[in-house]
Design a protein around this ligand. Structure first.
Ligand SMILES: Cc1ncc(COP(=O)(O)O)c(C=O)c1O
Length: 295
């Protein structure tokens, strides 16, 4: 069997040998950021936007990441894992690196980061397409929502609660109980011919796919309105959807077991999905930049 390769701090190693320090600050206190991106045939949609968000989030935590090195790592991981197929999910994890035990907690400054890059199958071979999402409103809020942090406990707890109630996705709410985003995706609804999605300032992740969705909305006859939805408004919406780099556009057909629209994937969502897929096909960025031909 072919061994899956993992990038750890600049080196490709077989997955069973991929290790990081027991003193890693990501392990000890969740000091880290990550990105998840989909790579198809060696190209990834808005790769630079993902690298920018990684660098910015890391910077907020005092971690210095070199986007060019990460890009090279992504290319190396994808190329060395042919056996996973040509449609994979790449995860880049970047933490604050090992603690210095000679200085008192919390230590001074942040040393070289730990960078781990993995590629994983998008879905099992022959598996059916992902069904529409069913949401459950969960009264939990992400800390520092603008950072895609490795401190992921809240999202896991929220997802567990959603699944325990027969839903596929937790929908996180603001302090007033208004739906903001899913635990691992952004949320939008079709209301009166408008595409309504919470503004980043409301406390959501600035999703790369959400930005692209807003760009294609006009071509689908929708005006984009960035404002927080009321609970009842989401329930009364004609259609609703989730977006992320891994799922693209996914219809959201119910909330707390109450149907949105007629409880099935709707035509506006289908148009948005087709437009986004076309944009992805046309503009996905190659992992490796081709060099100009020699002299
Ligand atoms: C909380 C949250 N919101 C939104 C998203 C979607 O972001 P993107 O479109 O950049 O994948 C994610 C992705 O993991 C997420 O974790």
């Amino acid at each position: 069997m072919t061994e899956t390769m993992v990038w750890v701090d600049g080196r490709l190693v077989p997955s069973h040998l991929a290790t990081v320090s027991a003193l890693d600050r990501g392990l000890r206190s969740g000091e880290g950021v990550y990105e998840t991106l989909r790579v198809r045939e060696q190209r990834s949609f808005r790769l630079l936007a993902h690298l920018d968000r990684l660098e910015a989030g890391a910077g907020t935590l005092g971690i210095r990441v070199d986007p060019a090195t990460v890009r090279a790592g992504i290319a190396a991981v994808v190329t060395s894992n042919d056996h996973l197929g040509d449609d994979v999910v790449v995860r880049v994890t970047c933490t604050a690196g090992p603690m210095d035990l000679t200085t008192p907690f919390p230590g001074t400054g942040v040393g070289p980061p730990t960078v781990v890059i993995t590629a994983q199958r998008t879905r099992a071979p022959g598996a059916p397409p992902r069904p529409p999402a069913r949401g459950r409103l969960v009264d939990l809020r992400r800390e520092l929502p603008m950072i895609k942090s490795t401190a992921y406990l809240l999202s896991l707890v929220a997802q567990r609660e959603a699944r325990a109630h027969g839903a596929s996705d937790a929908i996180l709410c603001d302090p007033a109980g208004r739906p903001l985003e899913a635990a691992t995706a952004n949320l939008a609804a079709v209301v009166d011919g408008r595409l309504v999605t919470a503004p980043v300032s409301a406390g959501i992740l600035a999703g790369v796919t959400r930005t692209a969705l807003c760009e294609v909305a006009a071509g689908c006859g929708l005006v984009v309105e960035e404002r927080t939805l009321e609970r009842e408004e989401l329930l009364a919406a004609r259609e609703a959807l989730l977006t992320s780099a891994v799922r693209g556009v996914q219809p959201l057909v119910s909330i707390d077991a109450r149907a949105i629209g007629d409880g099935a994937a709707g035509p506006v969502t289908a148009r948005l999905r087709a437009s986004l897929d076309a944009l992805i096909d046309a503009t996905a960025e190659p992992l490796v930049l081709s060099r100009p031909a020699d002299g």
